[in-house]
Write a protein that binds this ligand. Structure first.
Ligand code: NA7
Length: 531
């Protein structure tokens, strides 16, 4: 079937885009590699996977009845519940009829004469071509799972898992010797649960992680009722926050250096007790001023020292980098797990990872034998799944070539040379620094209004202008350079992927970004070339 809008991915971005396109009367179809909806929440089924944004915020707001009716069981929803929610939305809006599952978009080439995208799609046993006027990439920011580039990958003879590609069946670690490589969010969520089951657990840590307690709990009915009595107002307040969430405990707009050490500690303590990401909002300059940042980092290091009984293990677990410049982790009992007699930490800075062997992992000249090996080694973030598709724009220009030195977009929505192509939460937009649901809806609403406007104004084509794109790239970098974000090796900078250009990919600050997008639209899509 030839469609107006072809959507790649049926996570929360692709699902809402499909609904939006259909509600505009456009013929739309989504292609999804998985066998079901949910994107990130479809793939990341590892033990302990849960959202680090409050459930009442991490949900769609486009339909009032949907947000009133759905009930979240916990403050931070676990993965199975988020997946049930995605399934519920797909049913409620009859989306599945227009989603083709178990299919992967391999290639998309712009046919300039026909002004259409020719798209090559492969299913389990066949490959075919289809076409569409608009190509919308809703491929997700954290969907291209990454294994470490080390000797022997694939040689392990036991059970091997990646947190981002977890099997659909339950994995039972009971009585098993388990190794986990990595200590990012996925590791810190899964380690406490794996440790409870496993006979023994060895955690291989390259960079220690700052983590704050989640203080997860069942949803408070009084809080839920309060939110639902004015859900629109609650959403509006959240969208005015820097990261588009957490208006219940907004950032304290004073400098950490404007108060004495005792007052600072009290403020950190209060947020530590509250739990979750609002910790970084204890003061307004924690990611702007190195001294302020050090105060917060010292506080968390102090907590690690208090929690972890073995001083040598505590010392190895203490991060030294800027706190918050890699995404802060939110845990339940992560540090305390190292007090268990069956859990051991291997510091890869002292004993470098050498190879994966049929028996396990060799690091620092020692072979550690396992029955199960878990790679919690993250993703080729933000660009990985976009560039996995062979995308060719005008004159056969390959997106992979254009982005060789880092992604180049206008507003994180489009890229010059690639007409009628949109990215949902693409690099250059706030995306991963925000509540993703809010960013996704803002992008889909913007794209929907743009498509509707083009139809009314009888435009066939829209494409980012090279000058606007260059200025936008400079802006994204300038904003990042005013902060401490570029100071450590995060996946925001592509630093976890050897050879990936070091470019800060997301834009910091949701409210000014929305203002800019609205202004661009109001000025007849300023910075885009229309045809
Ligand atoms: P992350 O946050 O990228 O964490 C990956 C972890 O794996 C991190 O500790 C890495 O250490 C480690 N890693 C990666 N490659 C290697 C190699 N080659 N050797 C040793 N250790 C390695 O991914 P997650 O899945 O945990 O979380 C991703 C996001 O999902 C998270 O930010 C939330 O937004 C939700 P490193 O720090 O690079 O030294």
């Amino acid at each position: 079937m030839e469609v107006d809008v072809l959507i790649v991915g049926a996570g929360f971005g692709g699902m809402y885009m499909l609904h939006k396109a259909r509600s505009l009367g456009l013929r739309a179809r989504a292609f999804e590699a998985g066998s079901g909806v949910g994107g990130t929440w479809y793939w990341n089924r590892y033990p302990g996977a849960r959202c680090d944004v409050d459930s009442l915020e991490y949900s769609y707001q486009f339909d009032e009845a949907l947000q009133q009716e759905w009930q979240w069981s916990e403050r931070y929803a676990p993965q199975p519940e988020i997946l049930r929610y995605a399934e519920h939305v797909a049913e409620r809006f009859s989306l599945k009829g227009d989603i083709q599952f178990n299919t992967r978009v391999e290639k998309a080439a712009y046919d300039e004469a026909a002004e259409r995208w020719r798209v090559t799609v492969s299913g389990a046993s066949e490959t075919w071509e289809t076409s569409a006027r608009f190509l919308i990439l809703a491929t997700g920011c954290l969907s291209s799972a990454k294994l470490p580039e080390i000797e022997g990958i694939g040689r392990f003879a036991g059970e091997q898992y990646h947190t981002g590609r977890w099997p659909h069946h339950a994995v039972d670690f009971s009585g098993k010797r388990v190794g986990v490589i990595g200590t990012g969010s996925s590791a810190i969520q899964s380690i406490p649960l794996i440790a409870r089951q496993a006979k023994s657990l060895v955690v291989f840590q390259r960079t220690p992680t700052y983590s704050v307690p989640a203080r997860n709990r069942p949803t408070d009915p009084a809080y839920e009722a309060r939110v639902k009595s004015d859900y629109a107002g609650f959403r509006a307040r959240n969208s005015r926050m820097l990261n588009a969430f957490g208006s219940d405990l907004p950032r304290n707009e004073t400098s950490a250096l404007s108060v004495g050490a005792d007052r600072r500690t009290q403020a950190f303590e209060k947020r530590w007790e509250h739990g979750g990401l609002p910790f970084m909002g204890a003061f307004n300059d924690l990611l702007l001023n190195a001294e302020a940042n050090t105060a917060a980092a010292e506080f968390v290091r102090g907590k690690i020292q208090e929690i972890v009984q073995d001083p040598a293990t505590a010392a190895r677990l203490m991060p030294r980098q800027t706190i918050g410049c890699k995404r802060l982790c939110v845990d339940t009992d992560y540090y305390a797990t190292f007090n268990r007699p069956n859990v051991r930490l291997v510091d890869l800075r002292e004993s470098p990872l050498e190879e994966i062997t049929p028996a396990g992992v060799r690091s620092g000249g020692v072979e550690h034998a396992f029955d199960c090996l878990v790679f919690a080694t993250g993703f080729d973030a933000m660009t990985g799944s976009l560039l996995a598709i062979d995308i060719r724009g005008r004159g056969g220009l390959a997106l992979r070539d254009k982005w060789r030195d880092g992604p180049r977009t206008y507003l994180g929505l489009g890229s010059a040379g690639f007409p009628n192509l949109f990215t949902i939460s693409g690099p250059g937009s706030p995306s991963v620094l925000t509540n993703m649901m809010v960013s996704i809806e803002q992008h889909v609403n913007w794209i929907g209004e743009c498509l509707d406007w083009m139809r009314r104004e009888q435009h066939e084509c829209i494409e980012a202008a090279p000058e606007a794109e260059a200025a936008w790239g400079a802006h994204v970098n300038a904003v990042a350079d005013r902060t401490l974000f570029p100071s450590c090796n995060s996946w925001y900078l592509g630093a976890n992927v050897p050879g990936k250009p070091r470019v800060f990919m997301p834009l910091i600050g949701f409210p000014p970004y929305v203002e800019k997008c609205n202004e661009v639209a109001a000025r007849g899509y300023e910075g885009f070339v229309l045809g």
